[in-house]
Write a protein that binds this ligand. Structure first.
Ligand code: TXA
Ligand code: MG
Length: 355
């Protein structure tokens, strides 16, 4: 990796399955780069990841440098076959097994006691490791062809919104990594759900593509890390303590629902504009024409939580591009996928809510 040198970029049509893609020349090249200790950004069904050989301290340290990521924030290890778990973890409790059966490959990361097979920098010195098997065909093909456990955080500069398109990766890291596999926009749009199954009761550490309701349907009781509920406490998922996913402007989540929410945002936007601020509003298709601001960004449809999750990070990046300095975001009822959406919105806003 040469900082300052442009990454190789290969376009892959995502409309093939992993079996067909294993013969794709871009996949073999990317797998070679990973085996030689380089950095490859690749699409997953959630967001783009920045991959490196998880066994190599040297390769993994390049991830932290490229992203500007704090060293105490552990990385998720991605695998292409469930059987690779055996090399990585000491034991798999029955809850973990049940979750794997239902959600892998897919947007679920399990935190399990590790065996010492991955670099220390991956686990940030913890005795657990986060593992997931993604379902995106390009990710699966790359993981299977490389044969490696691949450490991969989201492929953004630390603190910026996660990349849901190859252009976002290019924007943030285009001159700091070796290659980008470009398969167009990702599907889920928020990161994987992180669940700790190393303890006696599974604990949700980060809401994501798999909902809390789905987890409970599968294994019964699931606790929620109190740090997610806004209590002041050290989160168990170290990454959750950083201001994250954040646009450059000052952002507020506006509480409320229905007509009252719209009226409130209209009033706040008007006041802010009168005070000379450049105002952006994060809204939904249903309400987009009801606001006046310097920038109104619709982010999916309120009656379709999946569409909101899918467009969220793109919407935050749009705010940056337009250079708005005051952002007002509509609130969502925090159940199902909206639980994950609200978690990311609150992070982006640094916890600032107008009630
Ligand atoms: O969807 C995703 O998970 C994406 C794609 C690329 O797979 N990856 C991703 O990675 O979001 P990253 O590094 O941005 O977030 C990893 C999260 C962090 O909050 C980190 O603290 C947590 O997982 N994590 C990783 N290992 C952990 C462990 N052993 N114990 C607790 N939390 C852990
Ligand atoms: Mg991230």
């Amino acid at each position: 990796m040469d900082v300052g040198k442009a990454a190789l970029r290969w376009r892959i049509e995502p409309n093939a399955d992993a079996d067909e893609l294993r013969d794709h020349p871009a996949i073999s090249e990317a797998a070679r780069i990973l085996r030689e200790g380089g950095l490859v950004a690749f699409p997953t069904e959630t967001v783009y990841g920045l991959g490196a050989d998880a066994r190599s301290e040297e390769a993994v340290s390049k991830i932290f440098i490229a992203k500007g990521r704090p060293a105490d924030n552990p990385l998720i290890v991605h695998i292409g076959h469930v059987s690779q778990l055996e090399e990585l973890v000491r034991e798999l409790p029955p809850e973990g097994e049940a979750l794997i059966r239902r959600f892998w490959p897919g947007p679920l990361t399990l935190v399990l006691p590790h065996k010492g097979a991955v670099a220390r920098k991956v686990t940030a010195g913890l005795d657990t490791v986060g593992v997931r098997m993604p379902s995106h065909p390009v990710a699966l093909a790359l993981l299977q062809v490389s044969g490696l456990p691949v450490a991969a955080p989201s492929a953004n500069r630390s603190g910026r919104p996660s990349p849901t398109d190859a252009d976002h990766v290019w924007e943030d890291l285009g001159d700091r990594i070796d290659a980008i596999l470009d398969a167009g926009p990702t599907g889920v749009g928020v990161e994987s759900t992180v669940v700790d199954v190393a303890g006696s009761t599974p604990m949700l550490l980060r809401p994501g593509g798999v909902t809390l309701e789905e987890l409970r349907e599968t294994v019964g009781e699931v606790r929620v890390d109190p740090a997610l509920e806004g209590e002041v406490q050290q989160p168990r998922s170290p990454g959750m303590k950083y201001r994250h996913y954040a646009p450059a402007g000052e952002m507020w989540v506006v509480d409320g629902s229905g007509e009252e929410l719209v009226r409130r945002i209209r009033r706040l936007a008007e006041e802010a504009r009168r005070a000379g601020r450049k105002v952006g509003i994060l809204t939904t298709e249903e309400n987009r024409f009801r606001y006046e601001a310097d920038l109104v960004v619709p982010c999916g449809r309120r009656n379709d939580p999946e569409s909101v999750a899918r467009h969220l990070y793109r919407a935050l990046r749009e705010m940056d591009r337009a250079g708005v300095d005051y952002i007002l975001a509509e609130t969502f009822p925090a159940t199902g996928l909206f639980h994950s959406v609200m978690n990311r919105l609150l992070k982006a806003a640094g916890g600032k809510v107008i009630r």
